[in-house]
Design a protein around this ligand. Structure first.
Ligand SMILES: Cc1cc2nc3c(=O)[nH]c(=O)nc-3n(C[C@H](O)[C@H](O)[C@H](O)COP(=O)(O)OP(=O)(O)OC[C@H]3O[C@@H](n4cnc5c(N)ncnc54)[C@H](O)[C@@H]3O)c2cc1C
Length: 296
């Protein structure tokens, strides 16, 4: 068989301004951070980009900082870096990061890459939704922030314009317990069959949730959030930190499951995903409430 030889332009800007200029001039250029999604797609010939825009030399993407009380996580911060540096301040995201791939993947793979890929099964998405994170994106036209809830717009589609790049993720450090739970077909190196993340925000008397792998996009379970916040308020539980009635845990699980819209696929059935979400929601709430009571 005759092999078809293709040349790919490989552009390696050394600064953020140069990266944006390349993306403006060549919107079809495919950004590469850790390459753990992109290289797989190239190897399987799932994509044939004419230009690769390598972001690994843009140093400002690789660090994190604090900005007006929020953590500003550069798009190219790796999972390993996140776990090492921010496990205490961003516990939900760090828990999710610990479940990603293998040590090699965690050393290369980035949070920005997970957002760029926007897979419904990406592990960062549920905790970013639960924490109310915002995504800072930029182009030569300027910078804007998009809430995580508005960022995912379809299966593997995000809200980026063709000339935009992800610059950073803005997340408030946790004010209360956070949890992440993921079901896979084995213990490690596994794409989620379903995932769920929960954040208690006692400072705002609010609840954050994120569902993964159980709808066309990652999404919040908003009715479940409202129900739980109101139930905790009505029973005075935010202040008393008393026992959480089983009726609340069960109803929360039911409402989380109701927010999902899963499909049957090779990893699991829709029915299993709905059941699993209800169980994960109830369990993560039990764990988070236990933490909340311990740290009162
Ligand atoms: C063996 C293996 C196991 C894996 N396990 C998991 C897992 O358990 N959980 C999970 O969620 N994922 C998993 N993945 C997928 C992958 O590792 C993650 O999605 C990772 O976060 C991708 O990050 P990256 O930096 O490697 O992205 P890349 O491959 O560099 O890029 C991914 C996408 O994001 C875009 N992109 C990257 N940076 C930017 C930017 N700054 N602005 C705009 N677009 C950008 C790219 O163009 C591309 O479309 C696995 C992959 C492999 C190969």
């Amino acid at each position: 068989m005759e092999s078809e030889e293709r040349l790919v332009d490989f552009i390696q800007p050394a600064s953020w301004a140069d990266a944006l200029a390349v993306k403006a001039a060549t919107p079809a250029a495919l950004p590469v951070a850790g390459g753990t999604d992109v290289m797989v797609e190239l190897n399987f010939d799932a994509r044939r980009p004419e230009t690769l825009l390598d972001l690994t030399r843009v140093s400002e993407l690789a660090g994190w900082d604090t900005d007006d009380g929020r953590i500003r996580l550069g798009a190219a911060v790796t999972y390993s870096q996140l776990i090492d540096d921010l496990g205490g301040r961003l516990p939900g995201l760090a828990m999710a990061a610990r479940t990603v791939g293998s040590p090699q993947i965690r050393n290369r793979g980035t949070v920005g890459g997970n957002l760029g890929a926007a897979s419904p099964a990406g592990d960062c998405h549920p905790p970013l939704l639960a924490a109310g994170a915002e995504i800072e994106v930029a182009s030569v036209r300027g910078t804007r922030t998009i809430t995580a809830a508005d960022f995912y717009i379809g299966v593997k589609r995000n809200a980026l314009q063709p000339d935009e790049l992800i610059r950073a993720i803005l997340i408030k450090p946790s004010a209360g317990p956070q949890q992440f739970s993921k079901i896979g077909t084995r213990n490690a190196m596994v794409i989620a069959v379903a995932a769920f993340s929960l954040a208690l925000h006692p400072d705002e008397r609010a609840i954050g949730t994120g569902i993964g792998s159980a709808a066309p996009t990652p999404r919040r379970a908003e009715q479940a959030e409202r129900f739980l916040a109101a139930a905790l308020d009505d029973a005075g539980l935010w202040d008393s930190r008393g026992d959480l009635p089983a009726s609340i845990t069960q109803e929360f699980g039911r409402l989380v499951s109701r927010a999902a819209e899963p499909i049957d696929d090779v990893r699991g059935t829709a029915a299993y995903r709905l059941h699993a979400l209800g169980v994960m929601a109830a369990r993560t709430l039990t764990w988070a409430w236990h933490d909340y009571r311990q740290n009162g």
